[in-house]
Design a protein around this ligand. Structure first.
Ligand code: ZN
Ligand code: ZN
Ligand code: FE
Length: 736
C-alpha cells in the first residue's frame, strides 16, 4: 500500500480536472480525495496502483489541462477506503512567485513539428505552460522587461498572442518567433539557424564533440554509442570515470538501453525532466558510466534538444559544459574561451542565461524518488514548513555539492546546485549566487547559519559577514532537513551516515545515531572511530582506510597479510603509513560509515583508489543480492558500535564479493534495528550521503518495519540538502 500527495499547478481548474482525477482514481481502485485550492489542484490517493495512477495522470489528463509543475510526495498510508471530490477551500499560503524552468510542453512540440505553423522548427518556441523562467528572470515582478528577453522586441504577431487572454501565449514572458526572437549561431564558423543546426547534426554523426547552449548552461554533447569520442571527451574535460549523463530522444529509446520501472518513467517525463539513474541493459559506450550498472538518463527539455535528438538515431552524452570541478559555463564569451578547447563546435544563441542551473538528478531509492541533485526544473520552488519560523535566515550549506537557502515565515527556498565550494572560483560563484538571491527576493537575513567545520569555505564566508550567526553540527543538520521536509514535529531518531562532517568533539563524524528535536540533539550511538591514514588522502584511497582497520584488528601483523589493501602499497609506503597510524600523525579519527563502505570495497579487491565521491559505494550497491538474507555479528560497547566482527566476516567471505557485500549491507540495517529498539523513538529519519544507497535504504526500511521511517523526497540526503536543516534550526532559535 502506498499513499501519495500530489500538488498540481497550471491550467488545472475549470477544465474538468477533478472529475477526471475522480474517474482515474476509481479506475485504479484507489482511495483518497481531490480538491481545488487557490494554487491549483491537490490530490491524495492511496492503494496498490498509485504508480499507474501517477503515470496516467500525466498521459490521460483532459485536453485543456496544462500541468505547469507537479510535486509528488510519498506518505505513510492512512487507510482511505473511498475516493471523493472535496469542496474548494481558500488558499492561505502566500505564493513565492518565481517558477522553475519548465520542459517544452506537448502543444509547443506539436507546433514545432508542424510545417504550417509559423514557429515550425523554431528552437526557442515556448508558451505560458513551458519554457525558461528561473534562468531568465532578472528581477521581480516576473515581466518581460525584467527578463533577459527584454532585448527582443515582440513582432506584431507575437504581441497579438501575448495580449490575447484566449491565447496559449497570453502573458508568456519569453514569447518569441523566428521573426523577433533569439537565433542560433555556430562558433567558430558563423552559420545561423537551420544551417547551424544541420552542421551540428552532421558533426555529431561524424563523432565530433559539440558544446550546446541550453537552459541553465552549456552541455558538451557527443555520440553516446561511440567509445572513441566519449573517451576523447573524458580526456578533454579531464574527467576520469565519473559517469556522464545521456540524453535520449524518447522513453522508447531509453528502454533499448535501460530497464525502467513505472515510477522511473513518470520521473523521466515529469516537467522537471531530471536525469534519472536507471539500470543499464548495456549497449552504450563503455566510457559513459565505467564500472557501473547504472546510467544517468534524461529526455530533451528544450526545443533545441528536441530538434537535435530527433535528427539522430543514437543517444547523446550530455554533460555539463565545464572543466572537471569548475562551474557550468553559461555565457557566450565564456563558452568560446573555456569550451572552445574542449569541443569542435559551439552552438550559441543570443538569449542570455541570467543564472546558471545544472540539470537535476533523481534516483529511486527504497521504492521512492530521491533527489541526488536538486536544481534545474525544481529550483526555486519553495519547501513549505508545517510551522512558522521566528526569523529570517540565510543558511550557507556545506562545502561539497553546496546549496544555500533563504528562509522566512513557513517558506524555505533552496538555491540551485552551486557545486563543491573548494576553490576561489567556486567561492566566487557561491558569493555571487547568494547576492543574486538577496536581490531577487529583496531579502535581508536576521541570522546566518553555517556548518561547524572551521575550514569549510562557506563557514569562513559566514564568519566574515556582519550579521549574527550560529553554527549547526553537520549530521544534525542532515536530520533536521529530513524532519523539515517530512513535516515532523516530534522527536526523532536520526540515522545520519555520510563521508565526513565535523563533529562537536573536533573529530570527523559520519556514522551517527542522533536523538533530535528542532532545538537540540544527543549523539546516542555511533560507529567505533578509526584512523584515516593521511587525512584527506584516505578519501581518495579506500586502501588507506582498510589498512587502518586491519591495523586495529591485527596490529603490525596486518602488514604481512595477503589482502588487496595491503598488497596495494609497497614496503616503503607501508612503513610510512604504519608510522602515521602508530604516532597519530595526520591520521584523524572518524566514525564514518561512508569510509567503512570504502574499506569493504578495498578488502574485496573492488577498488583501492576512487576518482569521484561515492564511487566505491556505487560499485558495492551494484553487487548487492536480495537473495542473501543473513548478517554478520556485531558488538555494541556503551554507545559505540564495534565493527570488528563485521570486518572479520567480510575478510572471511572476500572470495565471494556478492555474499560479502550483501551480508555487510544487511548487517548495517540490523545495527539500525538494534539502535532503534534501544533508543525507542517511534520516528526514524534516514539522512546523509550514504542513504542514497538503494539496497541499504530498502533493507533499513524492512528491518525497521515496526517504526515510522522517513526518507528524503524533496531535497537530497547528501550535503546538497543540509542548507534546509540549517535554515530551520536558525529560524526556530528563540528570539534573543
Ligand atoms: Zn508550451
Ligand atoms: Zn514574433
Ligand atoms: Fe554530509
Amino acid at each position: 500500500m502506498k499513499r501519495v500527495r500530489i500538488e498540481l499547478k497550471g491550467v488545472v481548474q475549470g477544465v474538468g480536472f477533478r472529475p477526471f482525477v475522480y474517474r482515474l482514481a476509481k479506475d485504479c481502485q484507489l482511495g483518497g480525495f481531490v480538491k481545488n485550492d487557490g494554487k491549483g489542484v491537490y490530490i491524495e490517493v492511496e492503494g496498490e496502483r498509485v504508480e499507474e495512477f501517477l503515470k496516467r495522470l500525466n498521459l490521460e489528463k483532459p485536453p485543456l489541462a496544462r500541468i505547469l509543475f507537479q510535486q509528488v510526495e510519498f506518505l505513510h498510508p492512512t487507510g482511505y477506503k473511498e475516493f471523493f471530490i472535496e469542496e474548494s477551500e481558500e488558499s492561505k499560503a502566500k505564493e513565492v512567485l518565481i517558477l522553475p524552468d519548465i520542459a517544452t510542453c506537448e502543444d509547443c512540440l506539436r507546433e514545432l513539428y508542424d510545417p504550417k505553423d509559423r514557429r515550425y522548427r523554431y528552437p526557442f518556441i515556448n508558451c505560458t505552460n513551458c519554457g525558461p523562467r528561473f534562468s531568465i528572470v532578472e528581477k521581480l515582478p516576473y515581466d518581460r522587461p525584467n527578463t533577459t528577453m527584454k532585448s527582443f522586441t515582440m513582432c506584431i504577431y507575437c504581441e497579438k498572442e501575448y495580449k490575447n487572454p484566449e491565447d496559449r501565449r497570453f502573458h508568456a514572458q519569453p514569447i518569441a518567433c523566428p521573426y523577433c526572437g533569439p537565433k542560433l549561431i555556430l562558433h567558430p564558423t558563423g552559420e545561423e539557424g537551420e544551417e547551424a543546426l544541420s552542421k551540428v547534426i552532421r558533426a555529431l554523426k561524424e563523432g565530433k564533440i559539440v558544446a550546446v547552449k541550453g537552459i541553465g548552461g552549456f552541455h558538451l554533447m557527443c555520440n553516446a554509442l561511440d567509445d572513441d569520442v566519449v573517451q576523447e571527451l573524458r580526456k578533454r574535460k579531464r574527467r576520469q570515470e565519473k559517469p556522464f549523463a545521456v540524453m535520449f530522444k524518447d522513453l522508447e529509446q531509453i528502454q533499448e538501453y535501460a530497464h525502467l520501472t513505472d515510477l522511473e518513467k513518470a520521473l523521466l517525463i515529469s516537467p522537471e525532466r531530471p536525469i534519472v539513474l536507471v539500470r543499464s541493459k548495456g549497449g552504450l559506450a563503455k566510457s559513459v558510466s565505467p564500472g557501473l550498472k547504472r546510467i544517468g538518463a534524461f529526455l530533451p527539455y528544450s526545443p533545441l534538444h528536441h530538434l537535435i535528438l530527433n535528427s539522430l538515431d543514437f543517444p547523446l552524452v550530455a554533460t555539463s559544459g565545464n572543466l572537471s570541478e569548475e562551474p557550468i559555463v553559461k555565457d557566450n564569451q565564456d563558452a568560446i574561451q573555456k569550451l572552445g578547447p574542449l569541443s569542435d563546435f559551439i552552438l550559441l544563441h543570443n538569449r542570455e542565461i541570467k543564472r546558471r542551473c545544472d540539470d537535476s538528478v533523481v534516483k529511486v531509492v527504497g521504492g521512492f524518488p530521491l533527489p541526488i541533485r536538486r536544481s534545474r526544473g525544481m529550483v526555486p520552488l519553495p519547501i513549505i514548513l508545517p510551522f512558522k519560523l521566528n526569523r529570517k535566515v540565510l543558511a550557507v550549506g556545506g562545502m561539497l555539492k553546496n546549496t544555500f537557502a533563504i528562509a522566512f515565515d513557513d517558506v524555505v527556498i533552496l538555491s540551485q546546485h552551486i557545486g563543491d565550494v573548494e576553490n576561489l572560483q567556486t567561492l566566487e560563484i557561491f558569493e555571487e549566487s547568494v547576492r543574486d538571491f538577496m536581490e531577487l527576493y529583496s531579502f535581508k537575513p536576521d541570522i546566518i547559519v553555517h556548518d561547524l567545520h572551521p575550514r569549510y569555505e562557506t563557514t569562513r564566508w559566514a564568519m566574515s559577514q556582519d550579521f549574527p550567526k550560529v553554527g549547526v553540527q553537520h549530521h544534525y543538520a542532515h536530520v533536521l532537513s529530513c524532519m523539515a521536509e517530512n513535516g515532523i514535529r516530534e522527536r526523532v531518531l536520526g540515522i545520519s551516515w555520510d563521508g565526513t562532517g565535523y563533529g562537536t568533539d573536533g573529530t570527523l563524524w559520519g556514522g551517527e545515531f542522533l536523538s533530535c528535536d528542532y532545538q537540540n540533539f544527543e549523539r546516542v550511538f555511533y560507529f567505533k572511530p578509526f584512523r584515516l591514514l593521511g587525512g584527506e588522502k584516505a578519501v581518495k584511497e579506500p586502501a588507506r582506510v582498510a589498512l587502518s582497520l586491519l591495523l586495529d584488528l591485527y596490529g603490525m601483523d596486518a602488514l604481512e597479510l595477503n589482502l588487496p589493501p595491503v598488497n596495494f602499497f609497497n614496503e616503503n609506503e607501508k612503513t610510512i603509513l604504519y608510522k602515521a597510524y602508530s604516532s597519530h600523525i595526520n591520521a584523524p579519527y572518524s566514525s564514518s560509515v561512508g569510509r567503512l563502505i570504502d574499506a569493504v570495497a578495498s578488502i574485496l579487491g573492488l577498488r583501492q583508489r576512487v576518482s569521484y565521491e561515492g564511487q566505491a559505494a556505487m560499485i558495492l550497491e551494484d553487487l548487492y543480492s536480495y537473495y542473501v538474507k543473513d548478517t554478520y555479528p556485531f558488538e555494541v560497547k556503551g554507545s559505540t558500535v564495534d565493527w570488528t566482527q563485521i570486518l572479520e566476516g567480510v575478510i572471511k567471505d572476500r572470495n565471494n564479493p556478492e555474499i560479502a557485500v550483501s551480508r555487510f549491507i544487511n548487517t548495517l540495517a540490523n545495527v539500525c534495528l538494534y539502535v532503534a529498539e534501544n533508543v525507542d523513538i517511534e520516528r526514524v529519519c534516514l539522512s546523509g550521503g550514504v542513504m542514497q544507497n538503494d539496497p541499504l535504504v530498502s533493507k533499513i526500511k524492512e528491518y525497521l518495519s515496526g517504526f515510522k521511517v522517513y526518507t528524503h523526497q524533496k531535497v537530497p540526503s547528501n550535503d546538497g540538502g543540509i542548507s534546509l536543516g540549517q535554515a530551520v534550526y536558525g529560524g526556530l532559535l528563540a528570539k534573543a
